[in-house]
Write a protein that binds this ligand. Structure first.
Ligand SMILES: Nc1nc2c(c(=O)[nH]1)N[C@H]1C(S)=C(S)[C@@H](COP(=O)(O)OP(=O)(O)OC[C@H]3O[C@@H](n4cnc5c(N)ncnc54)[C@H](O)[C@@H]3O)O[C@H]1N2
Ligand code: MOO
Length: 419
């Protein structure tokens, strides 16, 4: 007799898994190697940026008060006493009605409090001296890039868990972080199970199919910033599966298997979890696809038994594995980014279980629209290639119609959600 499994709600299943999600290890990398990693420490500004008042334009630094009487009819004249470029500091004291020729990025000379752009000044020579005149007054602070206007000392720069994108990279360089603490990439072990599986380069023979899950899961692992370790495929043989899995368990931070979790004669994962002495957290979830997703833990290490069916496998990864890995990478928002969109086609299927429909989301005139892609069955591969989101239809609902507002979870958004 085949055991009868009781499905648990998706959110409950996610919570059960997340009880075992904890922050991962850290390592130090050189800033130039840090792109694409996740910060493992909060970074605060240890100085102001800009670190001094500076000129945002090429022009003349003046004392604004001297320009008060300037008008079209009565220009005010300044003697230009020196020139400074970015990286140089003025050497002379600026007296009333004197100016310093200043280039973009140079420190504002002591006593000066405004910059006149070259374009609005008239520069000329007289008796071997340089002068410039202006035809309007300037206020203190005009055309000054102030110390600390970007960031003040002590402010939070980037919290831990931040994805180091080119902008973050620039910020870290600005503050002198030549080396940064990043999350060590969790090692994710992967086995594909099934005697029907062929390698990608093998020709098709009757009854066999190519192993697509291994490649898909490795890419999903890379996409969220972890390191896949593919151990190959396993035949449907309980003893050999057990030995292979037990053998690698110490080497990885978590383990994913695909296939073999349903109730068929060759679905050996339940047997293997038992032999390993692992606690099964659940073996049936009220979701489609991926209802057979099984998760077990052994001494806190999570073992994800994802479905063999490609779409079910994909969904199981994004729902259960992703938030665990993102938590290991210090993210406070480890879940797929959630928002709503307008449905562009009728979706008449009823939803006894929560349904995750592989969909394509696009924006038009400031609104998001969602279209289901391909067939909505768990063995379908083509829909995965077109999907950039899941349309999430709650369990217990009937069909949905074109024009309905529906929940969507974005697959390619770097920013995640808290829940
Ligand atoms: N009597 C029942 N049968 C099934 C049930 C059920 O509740 N009662 N659930 C069905 C559902 S839903 C799903 S989903 C599948 C899940 O089966 P498994 O996760 O145990 O996976 P397998 O049986 O090993 O394979 C399913 C399917 O996927 C193909 N496959 C497997 N591995 C790969 C791979 N690496 N790359 C590409 N395709 C793969 C495999 O050939 C099968 O066609 O069970 C239903 N049955
Ligand atoms: O687990 Mo199956 O994927 O519900 O279709």
């Amino acid at each position: 007799m085949v055991e009868k499994r009781t499905p648990i709600p998706v959110m409950e299943a996610i919570q059960k898994v997340m009880q075992f999600a904890k922050s991962g290890k850290k390592e130090i990398v050189a800033l130039e190697e840090a792109y694409g990693r996740y910060l493992a420490e909060d970074l605060r500004a240890d100085h102001d940026v800009p670190p001094f008042d500076r000129s945002p334009y090429d022009g003349f630094a003046i004392r604004a008060a001297d320009s008060a009487a300037a008008s079209l009819d009565h220009p005010v004249e300044f003697e230009v006493i020196e020139t400074i470029g970015a990286g140089q500091v003025a050497e002379k004291e600026v007296a009333p009605f004197q100016a310093v020729r200043i280039m973009t990025g140079a420190q504002i000379p002591n006593g000066c409090d405004a910059v006149v752009m070259f374009e609005v000044a008239n520069e000329y020579e007289r008796n071997g001296k340089t002068y410039m005149s202006i035809k309007r007054p300037f206020r203190p602070g005009d055309n000054i890039s102030f110390q600390g206007e970007d960031t003040k000392k002590g402010e939070m720069l980037v919290p831990k868990g931040t994805f180091i994108n080119p902008g973050v990279q620039a910020l870290l360089a600005t503050f002198g972080y030549a080396n940064v603490h990043v999350a060590k990439k969790p090692k994710v072990g992967i086995f594909a199970t099934g005697s029907e599986l062929l390698d990608v380069s093998e020709p098709l023979v009757p009854g066999k199919i190519r192993n697509s899950n291994a490649y898909m899961i490795q890419a999903q692992v890379y996409r969220i910033g972890a390191l896949p370790v593919y151990f190959g495929k396993l035949m449907d043989d309980a003893d050999r599966c057990f030995a292979a899995i037990e053998n690698v368990l110490d080497e990885v931070d978590l383990l994913i298997t695909t296939g073999g979790v349903s109730v068929g004669d060759y679905d050996y994962l339940p047997v293997i979890y038992e032999r390993l002495g692992a606690e099964v957290l659940f073996n049936k979830v009220a979701m489609r696809p991926g209802s057979v997703t099984t998760v077990a833990q052994k001494e806190g290490k999570l073992l994800f038994g994802l479905s063999g069916n490609p779409s079910a496998c994909y969904v199981g990864f994004e729902l259960f594995v992703r938030p665990v890995i993102r938590t290991m990478l210090y993210s406070a928002k480890p879940y797929l980014y959630k928002t709503t969109a307008t449905l562009l086609a009728d979706f008449p299927k009823p939803n006894p279980f929560t349904r995750f429909v592989r969909s394509y989301v696009h924006a038009k005139e400031g609104r998001l629209y969602v279209t289901p892609v391909g067939m909505d069955k768990s063995n379908i591969v083509t829909s995965l290639a077109k999907a950039n989101a899941f349309m999430v239809l709650p369990g217990g609902t009937r069909g949905f119609s074109k024009g309905d507002a529906v929940e969507i979870w974005l697959l390619e958004n770097e920013e995640g959600s808290e829940q």
